[in-house]
Design a protein around this ligand. Structure first.
Ligand SMILES: CC(C)(COP(=O)(O)OP(=O)(O)OC[C@H]1O[C@@H](n2cnc3c(N)ncnc32)[C@H](O)[C@@H]1OP(=O)(O)O)[C@@H](O)C(=O)NCCC(=O)NCCS
Length: 390
């Protein structure tokens, strides 16, 4: 059956994203959980929620591991099974996939899934080192490679192979900052010009300050149930109709291509097949723009355009609000921010708002089908989910 619901989202919550000084990750997660509970008054969290899955990348930031149990306690869910998933920046995309399996297996009827990261109390040098732990140790980290450096390699390969330009990448930044300016929870709510992006300082050429995602604190969560139970909790569920996850070599240097992520393409193929849908069916998407080149590659890997035409798609305004397929209406990782463990379910939060008509100034009219694309590291993990308005 076409677009058969696998599971249903009955609520979602998001903390403010930004520099949340003086707060621990657990308090930020509690803020996201509170919003999810308030959005769904028919849910009794303590009684109804049977399991928690939390994406969290690193214990180095707060010197705090054991995140599953910690977040369950602070979300008022003490004693339920609580499990952390880790897949670098795709930690909560992987949590979502795991939560979906828990509901589909019949093990748990109602589950909470989310993600969290507290990063900004650390120096940029420390954060860069912790993030780099998601790359290959002997041949990348140990040689001084960083994530801006890895994505710069992809960018130069894309420029060489397809003629993609620094301006194409800056166009993505301008779009995402415009979208972020409409999102009251975004880390950076300011519009920028093409000139600001193009003349910003170089981080790892050709990537400049405005090509990079933000170092951010934040948390996100969703509440999932079986489709047949959704009406007990809400009249406006959002169904997940396709799910895909794949992996690739940890080292970028071992890949056949630097201009496409094989894991993302495979995850997308699985999700489209499960949903019985094609790229043309998608109305809105939240994609993993950890660097602007990553968004251009995502357009191509997801089939929104042909290989090599991602820059052109951005230039033509097709992915901007009002365009054919608005991408990252939340502001994306670039402007909403990238608290790494929280990003996957934060993407789903935006799709939930859009498909239930609650996205306010950035609402896409009549959006019915949404997609999320969450990537770990330089692409060793990718998850893709497809959603339909209930
Ligand atoms: C790009 C980066 C290195 C900048 O860090 P930095 O040089 O230490 O910058 P600072 O934190 O000192 O901030 C300096 C200014 O730049 C701004 N800024 C910082 N990062 C920014 C970004 N990514 N985009 C736009 N502005 C940014 C700050 O708000 C600040 O502005 P202000 O002077 O008006 O207050 C950092 O944001 C980064 O590493 N981003 C990538 C994170 C990453 O790799 N994530 C994982 C992806 S796989």
């Amino acid at each position: 059956m076409k677009d058969k619901p696998l599971v249903s989202l009955i609520s979602a919550g998001l903390s403010k994203f930004g520099k949340l000084e003086g707060l621990y990750a657990r308090e930020i997660f509690a803020e996201a959980a509170k919003e999810a509970y308030e959005r769904c008054p028919k849910l009794d969290p303590k009684k109804d929620i049977k399991a928690l899955y939390v994406g969290h990348m690193g214990e180095s930031y707060e010197h705090q591991g054991h995140t599953g149990a910690t977040m369950a306690d602070w979300a008022g869910l003490l004693h339920i099974p609580a499990t952390r998933t880790e897949a670098a920046c795709a930690s909560s995309g992987a949590a979502l996939r795991t939560a979906l399996q828990a509901v589909l297996s019949g093990l748990s009827d109602v589950v909470m899934v989310g993600g969290v990261e507290k990063m900004t109390h650390r120096s940029t040098a420390d954060v860069t080192e912790y993030l780099a732990m998601a790359s290959d140790f002997p041949f990348e980290q140990w040689q001084g490679m960083t994530f801006p450096g890895l994505y710069a390699l992809m960018a130069t390969a894309h420029m060489h192979e397809y003629g993609t330009t620094e301006k194409d990448m800056a166009t993505v930044a301008v779009k995402n900052h415009y979208h972020g300016s409409l999102n009251p929870k975004a880390h950076m709510q300011k519009e920028i010009t093409l000139e600001t992006a193009m003349t910003s300082r170089v981080v790892a050429w050709p990537l400049k300050l405005y090509d990079c995602s933000l170092i951010t604190d934040g948390a996100s969560c969703l509440i999932l149930t079986k489709p047949e139970l959704a009406s007990k909790f809400t009249d406006t569920p959002v169904h997940i109709v396709g799910s895909g996850q794949a992996s690739d070599t940890i080292g970028l240097y071992e890949r056949e291509s630097l201009t496409s992520l094989a894991a993302a393409k495979l995850a997308a193929k699985q999700a489209y097949e499960m949903a019985d849908m094609k790229p043309e069916d998608i109305n809105i998407a939240e994609v993993h723009d950890c660097f602007t080149i990553a968004e251009i590659i995502a357009y191509e890997d997801l089939g929104f355009c042909k290989a090599g035409e991602g820059g052109k798609l951005a230039e033509e305004g097709e992915t901007r609000l009002g365009g054919r397929i608005p991408v990252n209406t939340s502001g994306g990782l670039k402007s909403k921010g990238h608290p790494v463990g929280a990003t996957g379910t934060a993407q789903a939060y935006e799709i939930f708002l859009q498909l239930t008509g609650q996205a306010e100034r950035r609402q896409v009219k009549d959006a019915e089908i949404g997609l999320t694309h969450n990537v770990g590291g330089s692409g060793a993990t990718a998850t893709v989910h497809i959603y339909r308005r209930g």
